[in-house]
Design a protein around this ligand. Sequence first.
Ligand code: GLN
Length: 469
Amino acid sequence: METLRDAASRLRRAEATSGSLVEAAFSAIEAREADLHSFLTLLPDAREAAEELDRARPEGAGPLYGIPYAAKDNLMTEGVRTTAASRILAEYVPPYSATAIERLTAQGALLLGKTNLDEFAMGSSTEHSAFGPSRNPIDPTRVPGGSSGGSAVAVAAGFTHYALGSETGGSVRQPAAFCGCVGLKPSYGRVSRYGLIAFASSLDQIGTLTRDVRDAAVVLAAIAGRDAHDQTSVQDAVPDYLGAISLGAKGLRFGVPQEYIGEGVAPAIRDEVLRAADLLEAQGLTRRDVRLPHTPYALDAYYIIAPAEASSNLARFDGMRYGPRAEGDDLLESYKSSRGEGFGAEVKRRILLGTYVLSAGYYDTYYLRAQRLRALLRQEFSAAFADVDVLLTPTTPTTAFEIGARVDDPLAMYMADALTIPANLAGLCAISVPGRPSEGLPVGLQLMAAPMREDVLLRAAAALEEVVR
Ligand code: GLN
């Protein structure tokens, strides 16, 4: 499928217009969207916007100029309905846009639509959307992954060249792995979270879904960097990521931690990781042994910390300021019925879990211990990154599962993120790159690098993409 960079060069050479790209996107959508359901909202005025961009195209327009993209529906878009796939925000139209969206707009990028997700980004299959599931374009009987499922579908089905998603515990990398595209989760603080509807603020990060690694570098460069609206966005200058990739990956050191290829990981996926490791070595990368013994506890810590933060972040949705209000006999009853009717089952489960682990008597047993574990994981990663530049692992323990297979089994659903969650807890950057498919289904290979080392991550990822082909 065509890359973003190829589309940009067609535009540059006047072989295409923004208008023709939008038409092509709409006809691809027309052909398959009824089966796949990747969008919650399509922007009807995208055609006019494209014509305007074509008219105003400046000399030396950047690589995103005039090219349509899709954004997960938990990113605020001024004047465009933003639902987080929840009934409680079903008709919400934000008065401003997320910084990442603003930056893309400023570079001439064209928003085509808002993509489906698990409600408030809580889930791994997009089945927890209040507006119905998305389906995997490779095999529509299977889930596309989640929570950025709609964004992964849009990119993998050929609707848009790239899409924005968000991550709290794997929600960009995991759907990328299931749908066969590239999913990048930047380091915590690399991209402003301003205008991203908060799930767990110490973990949330906006990420990209693209058709190759270089496109991920292009989109990351466009959205990264300090933003006065997000005090956790870092000051560091944004490196030249494409330039970094052009240095090649020879001499980089990598490790394949045993903890990520043991029990629970499908043998075909483990074999693909080991094959990739051999190929990287043959390309001149150096393999080192690394141990990450606390890995098995990451999932437990995440399912304490993320719900704890969610229970606080979601307190604002009470029927008073946003969304539909269910009237009750008094204020408390109105809150209760608005939340009771507005939130879906998984969101309620998270709020209850989070409230429980933060309550007096349980705080020390759960929340505090989870935070200690998070600190240990960070230390363990930073020790590992003294010996290696990147870690190579599977992105997910299995390939895409069937629709319905895990939706009533929260623990099985949570397991889908066991290998992606550690990077979120430690604030690392990480990427999923397609490996060789297994029984016709995409397999994701994950690379992780130290915080703020997207340059190294992308160099290794471009090499990986090249060798596994
Ligand atoms: N699947 C994980 C969860 O449900 C991660 C979600 C995410 O990254 N937004 O919490």
